[in-house]
Design a protein around this ligand. Sequence first.
Ligand SMILES: Cc1cc2nc3c(=O)[nH]c(=O)nc-3n(C[C@H](O)[C@H](O)[C@H](O)COP(=O)(O)O)c2cc1C
Length: 282
Amino acid sequence: MAGIYQEVNTNFACGNNRVALANYYSDVVGYLHTHANNLAVMISLYFNVNAGQSPANWTSLWTYVLVQRGDGLIRQSVLNFGFSNSLTTMSHFHPVDLSHASRLINHGPTVLITTSHGNRRNVMAAAWSMPVEFTPPRIAVVIDKSTFTRELAAASGTFGLIVPGAGMIDLAYAVGTTSGRDIDKFEHFGIDTIAGPVLGLPLIETNCAAWMECRLISEPHTEDAYDTCFAEVVSAAADPRIFSNGHWTVDDSNTPLHTIHHLGAGKFVRASAMQIAQPIAR
Ligand SMILES: Cc1cc2nc3c(=O)[nH]c(=O)nc-3n(C[C@H](O)[C@H](O)[C@H](O)COP(=O)(O)O)c2cc1C
């Protein structure tokens, strides 16, 4: 059962101020939630075709608003006037505070790198990534110069980093052993995406533990000599079943989301036996 709230003709310059828009809906839904006996609140979003936004921008905008809410108050419901691509895949991820972003790859999982430039998009596997700074959150990934991913990342100055779960092993291996130069791997392998809230990058959530959107930091020497690309993380989110409040919880209830670690030749191990270090009595 959902509460219904009707709002008529509120005009936002939302293309420019998505933070204000997210805050506004946060306030409205928070208020309704308090006064509606904890009923879920559903919003229907109207998009004015004449307002000059592209469908991608619109999708990215509302994904941002919904991801920012993060507490399940706003579920979905998009009245899509004028475009056929509605937000069919709603994010169930929760935002990760950027000061905790490094923890998403601290333990060295195999990740997926997604890219988009013009009308091309792509995804590949990468075993070699690591955090290099907490604040601002910065990471490094080895992306070989022969890959299509490197070409798109260099052209757009951005990439997405996905932390796939064990339920993604076959797909992770498949996108790491094919090139996107001639195929759209998302389409070819049937991989659903959402649009990143800040950079609009294609991000994957099904059977994945987390994602980040990253802006490349230009370092021509390390890129040329070592294929090592540095980037700043500008948004991050995780599946709360395995990562919340800045911490991983790995147990038998979330096996498909356990991160994967490549041993070579298509063999992976799951990170599944969590142990907590205890103080040593002396
Ligand atoms: C498990 C796995 C890990 C990989 N790790 C990396 C890596 O860290 N860096 C890299 O450049 N390529 C890595 N690769 C290879 C790329 O994913 C592969 O070259 C891919 O086909 C490139 O796709 P693209 O041309 O569509 O960008 C990995 C492949 C696999 C299967």
